[in-house]
Design a protein around this ligand. Structure first.
Ligand SMILES: *Cc1c(COP(=O)(O)O)cnc(C)c1O
Length: 371
């Protein structure tokens, strides 16, 4: 079934055709020398993209699976986490933590604003019971890029570990896991890594392992318990994970990661920045304004406000119905107030950018001819 839409939503993204082709190669077993060579090479490529020597696990499931594995393995029920909340996905991170029995306290700022290091400092000073901090790097619901390096420094100055939701940032903006000493960092295939949905990934530092393995209740839970993944990676070298893994998807991810590394991470970050700049400039010329102010606007998603006589939802409907382009809507308090344009996957190509701006131009010219 042909998808008639071009995806400008902030994930899943339109996957390049050469990556897609690998999804339709014959299924292979998830063990055996040939498979393991590809699997181990995929982990090594992920380590390069994450900038880490830490263990990385590929967990079949959504990004949320990797997030739940990270926070739920690090902290025991009853322990307290500080959650930095400035949008839908950071609220969700708190929901996931509480569902694991973790107590939470929050720093909450208005959606569209970043969480600032001073706010984290104040919250940590005020509550010595906090055992870890959870933060979303790129809040995809608003397009805000939180100042992760500075936040991490504050968290570490308090002697605490940080768990990062980098689901929509890894591969799109710099996030050097070892340089910043991020304890747990989770991402997903279907955003900046340009692969179809179905696998999450999480990196785990030595310091995180000390906490995870020291838990008295470390045998609690199985599939999302990182102790289980660790045990299989150590004990089952023929099959270093507890379950079947989606071999086609990992094959596609492997290929996509090598494409990304061949382009070069810095070149790729620069290309995202350039695409976001071009789209934003085009939108401003057409009378639109963006939600997030520099320097916190991520180059991966642009949240755009409606303008007089053209509500955000109507822009989204026009793009879908008249041009076959899908953009994201606003969520929660931003519902109806913004539309969101993703710059990931094929949306970062000149073809897509031109198509998008031409469609918005068409909307404006139809409007002015009606007026
Ligand atoms: C997309 C996204 C998620 C959720 O990922 P799922 O794969 O739907 O579980 C979580 N956090 C952020 C920042 C995201 O962009």
């Amino acid at each position: 079934m042909e998808n008639k839409y071009k995806l400008f939503i902030p994930g899943p993204v339109d996957v390049p055709d050469d990556v897609l082709e690998l999804m339709s190669t014959p299924c292979r077993p998830h063990y055996g020398d040939e498979w393991l060579a590809l699997y181990n090479d995929t982990i090594a490529a992920l380590q390069q993209v994450f900038g880490t020597k830490n263990d990385i696990f590929i967990i079949p499931g959504a990004g949320s699976a990797a997030l739940e594995a990270a926070i739920g393995s690090l902290l025991a029920p009853g322990e307290k986490a500080l959650i930095l909340v400035n949008g839908f996905f950071s609220e969700r991170f708190g929901v996931i933590a509480r569902a694991c029995g973790i107590e939470t306290t929050t720093v909450a700022v208005r959606w569209g604003e970043p969480v600032l290091p001073a706010q984290v400092e104040e919250a940590l000073d005020a509550d010595p019971e906090i055992k870890a901090v959870a933060v979303v790097h790129h809040e995809t619901s608003t397009g805000v890029l939180n100042p992760l390096e500075e936040i991490t420094a504050v968290v570490h100055a308090h002697g605490l570990p940080i768990v990062v939701d980098a689901v929509s940032s890894i591969g799109g903006v710099p996030l050097p896991v070892d340089e910043w000493q991020i304890e747990c960092c989770a991402t997903v295939a279907n955003k900046c890594l340009e692969t179809p949905p179905g696998i999450g990934m999480v990196s785990v530092s030595d310091r995180a392992w000390e906490m995870i393995t020291a838990r008295a209740d470390r045998h609690r839970g199985w599939y999302l318990n990182l102790n289980v993944w660790h045990a299989y990676s150590q004990e089952w070298d023929w099959h270093p994970y507890p379950t079947t893994v989606p071999t086609n998807l990992i094959t596609a991810l492997n290929y996509s990661l090598h494409k990304i590394l061949a382009e070069g991470l810095d070149a790729r970050y620069a290309r995202f920045a350039e695409v976001a700049r071009a789209v934003r400039q085009g939108l401003r010329e057409l009378g639109f304004s963006t939600l997030v102010s520099e320097p916190y606007a991520s180059p991966l998603v642009t949240a755009v406000q409606g303008q007089s006589g053209i509500p955000a939802d109507e822009v989204a409907r026009f793009l879908r119905e008249s041009h076959g382009l899908l953009v994201g809507g606003g969520i929660g308090p931003l519902s109806g107030k913004i539309f969101r344009v993703g710059h990931m996957g094929k949306a970062m190509t000149d073809e897509y950018v031109n198509c998008f701006l031409a469609a918005v131009r068409d909307l404006i010219s139809r409007r002015s001819s009606q007026a």
